[in-house]
Design a binder for this molecule. Structure first.
Ligand code: ADP
Ligand code: MG
Length: 487
């Protein structure tokens, strides 16, 4: 029974017993003294006084001893009870300061042991919850940073709480963006408006904005209200900024998509435009013939010639378009092998000799003994055909065109140069684009489609080579094709 009551109770009971026993003995001693004094017959008064004095002294000494014992018992009780409490307080303080590995010692009286056990349980539960929260947070952060979409989280006041890695790559967000408002951090009125609107509406708001100054990106943004966890829950009070009402904006980078859309619409417009001219010319000539020109042999020949020229142009256009679409399809593969370039150059110059002669263009080939290059014969011939055809056509009457092949370090280079009027510098960067022409009228008159150099560039790159152009107004133009030398 006493064991279960703990040391404090034991000490109190012991002190009470000591006091009781001491009190009884003192009382008994004093009584005995008085009794013996009274028993002494005809005792003089002095004897009684002496006996009283003795018993008083005995009482005093007894009382003093009892007080001393009580104080000692109290001190012992205090020591035995407060020591474990102090230990427990130390552990609790360590835990409250974040040391979740601290454990309260399971020592001292029963109640304190119970308390220490409860405290330890609480701490291990707390460290488990913190570890879980940390894992979840890490997982969330990895998901957010692994996304290709930008994510922006705002609090109820519209201040930035989170911006993931993708968003930082798309938008010019400074390092100090957290805690700032969107207008301050991104400086975009349309986005700020969408955010304000989304705050007032239940449905998400979509907006397309352009962000960034040096390399502007077109971003499709969906802003929606953030949902608070249902019923608040235990997490509701943890962080009002995160859990409270706010907005989330998801950014999709549509720059490339928009660019491709523009290219596609431009392409369709260009093709239609290119087709319309020959088709109109052909049908007009045919109509004119039907209306009577057929009867006049001279006129008839003229209109048949028109039909023939435009039909050829149409055919060239369709051929180029088919080539281009085949080349641009990802499945198109060339059969690369180690080839001598000289025979290909000879073959193409031979095919174009007549056209050069008609324009009084001097065609020179300079291709000595060369190591073979890594290329596809038909592709190389098509490349040379386009470059030489351009040089002969655009360099003008009486020009000089040379094809020079050289072996340079790990490469075989083929340069097609003319001494024609040259290409103005601001056109040079766009010359390889589809349908891009310096002088569209002249190109059309000469039967060009504006697709030749686009095809050339694709083919050279499919042979793992490169092409560059240099030109000087009034001095001429040089296209240089670089192919890898055969190993
Ligand atoms: N050697 C050259 N000298 C001057 N201009 C050239 C030369 N080669 C190409 N060009 C210019 O580049 C444009 C694009 O050439 P290309 O793609 O072959 O189309 P096309 O010859 O059908 O017009 C031509 O229209 C022409 O203006
Ligand atoms: Mg051409």
């Amino acid at each position: 029974m006493l064991r279960r009551r703990g040391i404090g109770a034991k000490l109190v009971v012991a002190a009470a017993l000591v006091l009781g026993v001491a009190g009884l003995s003192l009382e008994r001693l004093a009584a005995r003294d008085l009794e013996s004094a009274l028993l002494a017959e005809q005792s003089p008064r002095a004897a009684v006084d002496a006996a009283l004095l003795r018993s008083r002294r005995t009482l005093l000494v007894g009382m003093g001893s009892v007080v001393l014992v009580a104080v000692a018992a109290g001190a012992a009780a205090t020591f035995f009870i407060t020591r474990p409490i102090r230990r427990l307080t130390r552990s609790a303080l360590a835990m409250s300061e974040g040391d979740l590995s601290a454990r309260a010692p399971l020592r001292g009286p029963g109640e304190l042991r119970e308390l220490a056990r409860a405290l330890n349980h609480l701490t291990s539960e707390l460290s488990r919850s913190i570890a879980e929260a940390r894992t979840e947070r890490y997982l969330l952060a990895s998901i957010l940073d692994g996304m290709s979409e930008g994510v922006l989280v705002l609090d109820g006041e519209g201040h930035i709480l989170l911006a993931n890695r993708a968003l930082r790559a798309m938008a010019p967000l400074g390092d100090d963006a957290l805690g700032r408002s969107v207008i301050e951090a991104l400086r975009n009125a349309r986005l700020t408006e969408a955010i304000a609107l989304a705050g007032r509406r239940d449905e998400p708001v979509d907006v397309e904005v352009e962000l960034g100054r040096t390399l502007p990106r077109r971003l499709l943004v969906r802003v929606s209200r953030r949902k608070s966890p249902a019923g608040g829950g235990p997490g509701a009070a943890v962080d009002d900024a995160v859990e409270g009402p706010g907005l989330i904006a998801v950014f999709h980078d549509v720059t490339d998509l928009r660019r491709l859309e523009t290219i596609r619409t431009d392409f369709v417009a260009n093709v239609s435009h290119e087709l319309r001219t020959p088709v109109t010319a052909i049908s007009t000539a045919a109509e004119t013939l039907q209306l009577g020109a057929l009867q006049d042999p001279h006129e008839a020949a003229e209109f048949v010639d028109v039909i023939d020229r435009h039909a050829k142009r149409l055919r060239q256009l369709v051929d180029d378009l088919l080539d281009l679409s085949k080349i641009e399809a990802k499945t198109f593969r060339l059969a690369l092998s180690d080839l001598e370039v000289a025979p290909a150059i000879e073959h193409v110059t031979h095919l174009l000799a007549e056209s050069a002669r008609r324009r009084r263009v001097t065609l020179t080939v300079d291709a000595g003994a060369l190591p073979p290059a890594r290329c596809d014969r038909r592709a190389l011939e098509q490349v040379l055909m386009n470059l030489l055809d351009n040089a002969i056509k655009y360099a003008g009457e009486g020009a000089h065109v040379t094809v020079k092949a050289r072996s340079l370090e790990e490469q075989v280079t083929i340069a097609v140069a003319d001494d024609g009027p040259g290409i103005p510098p601001h056109h040079l960067g766009r010359i390889f684009e589809r349908f891009y022409r310096v002088d569209a009228g002249r190109s059309r008159d000469l039967g060009g489609t504006g697709l030749g150099l686009a095809i050339v560039k694709h083919l050279v790159e499919l042979m793992n080579g490169s092409i560059e152009v240099e030109s000087a107004i009034g001095r001429g133009t040089r296209f240089t094709v670089r192919l890898a030398r055969a190993a």
